[in-house]
Write a protein that binds this ligand. Sequence first.
Ligand SMILES: [Zn+2]
Length: 264
Amino acid sequence: MPEGHTIHRLAREHAAVLQGQPVALASPQGRFASGAALLTGRVLERVEPYGKHLFYVFEGDALLHVHLGLYGKFTTGTGQPPEPQGALRLRMTGGGHWFDLRGPIACEVHAPPDRDRLLTRLGPDPLRKDADPDRAWDRLSRSRAPVGQLLMDQTVLAGVGNVYRAEVLFRAGLSPFTPGTQVRRPAWEALWQDTRTLMRAGVRAGRIVTTVPADRDRRSGPVAREDAHYVYRRAGLACRRCGTEVRTQPMAARNLFWCPQDQA
Ligand SMILES: [Zn+2]
């Protein structure tokens, strides 16, 4: 599933091309036909990412809400768009570009109250300037659920997914099994800051890299895929810091990875 950094990058990319001009919307598949008909031709005022959600704000307070879910994907190109193929839910065209959306779990027109209701259910998004970490702390510090589960809970933090949860917990030296009630405030503050730093780097780079050069197999040059993470998808391999075997087990419906030594 795409994590918050991907959503924020999409918002930037789409706004850079489409913002401030009328956008043509169509649903070749038909499942979003009435929504596309309602929005097409309107000027796109801005694109607002929040966690794993995208909101396209059109003139007249009309909102398009998109959530990619596990399988949703945008493809894009310039010039004449290709003949629509497959389950093409939405095609947006403008500024000489086309953006095709397939397989989202949500692609719908929202009234502003719908969005507000949705946003009140979400925790702060570390990538947003207006994010209030205290809201996440309130929820996390009152829950006995393990912190590895709470970081994935979008009502605690919006935008964090499976890669970031594993990696920020490793970098913090925190066991993913620590109950929220036992996480100390300074540890939380450091965790929030580090999550923010890593996710911002993810937006810039378009990928998640959490390792520092000294901990990589290849210490210079571009970061190889195998060198990008400390524990994520490294089950059975030696921990980069201590050599202990990295472990995995499901937590919050996804495979969790951790070092039992560094995150005791
Ligand atoms: Zn280790």
